[in-house]
Unconditional design. Structure first.
Length: 728
């Protein structure tokens, strides 16, 4: 099935991207790389002379400062080169891409297809968000599939709003099954009628083609009705309606026209199309709540929500009530209250993500090829939902779309990382990395490690260590929501920045086993884990320490220029404006304290051994308040850079002063545009009031303890007197 992508900016992966255009982009990327290498050579030639002079003059303090400066510059150049190499790798992969034809995909409807279970972990999500995600999963054009909503809300809430939200989540699978009931019955009946006529040798090909074409038109009418009935309130609704409901409608109409135009349809083709129609709505949709059972993990993170269900696959279970709570116990099949069928593949799909209809069938078809026999995870790294109205959401989405290109390039160098929002996973591979530990006295199995909050990243290294590969399919077919405000973006990006340094030793041990063979792979994998720490700490030092004019160079900006030119070009190709390059830069400056917050959490965990709690990105209506420390840090950095520019200028370092002032202006723009001056004041005031309330509560508790102590003493004496009396 060929998806319709109208209205969605595909950029470099557009179906309209001719090979000639891609070759031109490859030449452009090589030109950028050559320019970078030339600029780096000039910097090395110039700076080596300065270093030699400092050594000769025994200026050790200046030499140390100079060395630190060059280390920061090297880290920034490392990132620029990596971006250009991944861009080149992606373009080469895109040039070689040959998507499977509809006939090749249709094979899955003619024979026994591999089984697929789509897992949607959910925690206190808005009903409409989860409904769209479940529908995008349930309407996959794939025959043998199940969809499970893994509800992670507390199973016995006390607040009315939480009770209503949980009830709505529990009802969703049944609501979708009811939505599918009529078309499912209609198309199953049509398939049975065809099979009966075929068995009785009563097939009139011409009449059968007309019936089949009418059935496809009926399916198209169902999708059209759903599209009309679905309220479009924002850009996510628009994507869902256009790229899932209307795309399926258009595909059904094309199929109807193709069948009606043919007079040579074979029985196999007719049977296949009837099966495809019936399977369109033939999907089991259910839900599971691990927190209802005391013997399953209750760790508050997405990984353990997934692990709890994966650990049940292929088993038969019954419930029992004990004094400690409800247990889910393994039992024989004939005694089971609930059984979980085996599956060949999983798709783990975040509750705010959408899959285009041919996601599963294209990726599973690729996975079934001999070349991917040892591929554990295949995915299309998700893109931002296009059409966001808010400035922050749009620019943060732009960084996501650029990351898509980087991740695609990683696959060229065997350095793919699992991005957990929408991954297809081979079930057999998970068995090779499973570990077992005890939690509250019960054994729990971990397939996806939850040692860090970037669980999919560590699992990528685990899979590589046991010989499994990962692969990015070079086509945009998955979309995820981007945080719409600074408060929720803080939570997301701080989580992304937390864990890389903890995973790094494991990666280095893996690379050390074959250092030469894995040299290129290590170049990309290591940067992915250390880049947030290195770049953000380096940029902060670059704008804070008193680096003198003598270690600046006219060639240094030229080392970064090719990277920024390539980045701007990719923004344009992805549907953004060239001026958005400056907005992305401003947002990255604003996120420096946020990223450092995540890095410091990594260091805290490495030192103390205490696991950092998983911070879920809020998905609520309205604005999420931003943390006061991050707001204050942004304002403080802006002021520091202004004063630093003034001081540096008075010392005669004009270039460095201009650099500091430029960054101060970008930070001021970011605060005004992405945070909001009024919103900053509101969040700071709320934080101050909350702090005052905590102080008052603490003081009240302390004073109450002073009052309660003598009363408690009297009560204790009376109790002892009573005990003595009873003993006597």
């Amino acid at each position: 099935m060929k998806s319709s992508h109208s209205g969605v900016s595909e950029g470099l992966v557009s179906e309209l991207s001719a090979p000639r255009r891609i070759r031109n982009e490859i030449i452009f990327t090589w030109a950028c790389l050559c320019a970078t290498f030339i600029a780096v050579a000039l910097v090395v030639w110039e700076q080596s002379g300065i270093i030699a002079a400092e050594i000769q003059q025994r200026a050790w303090g200046g030499l140390v400062l100079h060395g630190l400066f060059l280390m920061i510059i090297a880290a920034l150049i490392y990132g620029g080169l990596l971006y250009q190499f991944t861009r080149l790798g992606y373009l080469r992969r895109r040039l070689a891409l040959g998507p499977a034809s509809d006939e090749e995909l249709a094979v899955f409807f003619e024979e026994d297809a591999p089984s697929l279970t789509i897992l949607v972990p959910s925690y206190k999500e808005d009903r409409k968000v989860v409904l769209q995600t479940l529908l995008s999963a349930a309407l996959q054009d794939y025959p043998k599939r199940r969809v499970m909503l893994l509800i992670d809300d507390p199973p016995s809430p006390t607040a009315l709003a939480d009770c209503q939200q949980l009830a709505a989540a529990r009802a969703l699978p049944q609501d979708i099954q009811k939505m599918f009931a009529r078309p499912l019955a209609e198309f199953v009946q049509a398939e049975r009628g065809f099979l009966k006529r075929a068995a009785d040798f009563q097939i009139d090909v011409s009449a059968e083609a007309a019936r089949l074409a009418d059935a496809w038109r009926a399916a198209a009418a169902w999708f059209a009705a759903q599209a009309e009935a679905h309220a479009v309130e924002d850009h996510t609704d628009r994507l869902f309606v256009d790229q899932i409901l209307r795309a399926r409608r258009d595909d059904c109409l094309r199929r109807a026209e193709a069948i009606a135009a043919r007079s040579d349809l074979s029985l196999n083709v007719l049977a296949r199309d009837y099966r495809r129609l019936a399977s369109m709505f033939d999907v089991e949709i259910g839900s599971f709540e691990r927190k209802r059972y005391v013997n399953l993990s209750h760790e508050p993170n997405k990984a353990m929500n997934l692990n709890s269900y994966i650990g049940l696959v292929g088993g038969h279970f019954r419930e029992s009530q004990t004094e400690h709570g409800r247990l889910l116990e393994s039992c024989a099949a004939h005694k089971a209250q609930w059984s979980v069928p085996q599956t060949d593949y999983f798709i783990t799909l975040d509750a705010d993500s959408l899959l285009l209809p041919d996601y599963a069938i294209r990726l599973i078809r690729e996975m079934e090829q001999p070349a991917h026999a040892r591929t554990a995870v295949m995915q299309t790294p998700y893109s931002a939902v296009p059409g966001a109205q808010g400035s922050l959401e749009r620019i943060a989405g732009a960084t996501t779309d650029i990351q898509y290109i980087i991740h695609q390039g990683f696959t060229r160098f065997n350095a793919t990382y699992w991005v957990g929002a929408n991954a297809l996973i081979r079930a057999r591979a998970l068995q090779d990395i499973v570990t077992t530990s005890m939690e509250r006295g019960y054994p729990v199995r971990r397939y996806i490690q939850d040692r860090t909050v970037i669980e999919d990243t560590e699992s990528s290294v685990d899979l590589a260590c046991v010989g499994w590969g990962l692969y990015n399919y070079p086509q945009r077919m998955a979309y995820s929501a981007t945080p719409p405000d600074f408060g929720s973006l803080i939570i997301q990006r701080r989580r992304w920045a937390n864990g890389g340094l903890i995973i790094l030793p494991k990666l280095l041990r893996y690379l050390a086993k074959a250092p030469l063979a894995r040299l290129a792979e290590g170049f990309f994998r290591v940067h992915y884990l250390i880049s947030i720490a290195a770049v953000n700490i380096g940029l902060l030092l670059l704008l804070s320490l008193p680096f003198g004019e003598q270690i600046s160079s006219i060639w240094l900006p030229l080392t970064a220029l090719p990277y920024f030119v390539a980045y701007a070009r990719d923004l344009r190709l992805c549907g953004y404006r060239l001026s958005d390059l400056f907005r992305v830069y401003a947002l990255n400056l604003l996120l420096v304290p946020v990223n450092l917050g995540g890095v410091f959490k990594s260091l805290e965990q490495a030192i103390t051994g205490k696991q950092i709690p998983f911070g879920r990105t809020p998905k609520i209506k309205g604005r999420t308040a931003a943390g006061a420390l991050y707001i204050l840090a942004a304002y403080a950095l802006c002021l520091q850079w202004v004063f630093g520019a003034i001081i540096t200028y008075t010392k005669g370092y004009g270039f460095l002063a201009a650099f500091a002032l430029m960054n101060a202006l970008f930070m001021a723009y970011a605060i005004k545009t992405f945070v909001g001056v009024g919103e900053s004041r509101e969040d700071l005031l709320a934080a101050w009031q909350a702090m005052q309330a905590r102080r008052e509560a603490k003081a009240l508790a302390a004073s109450q303890a002073v009052v309660d102590k003598p009363i408690a003493s009297v009560v204790s004496v009376i109790s002892k007197v009573d005990e003595v009396s009873e003993a006597a």
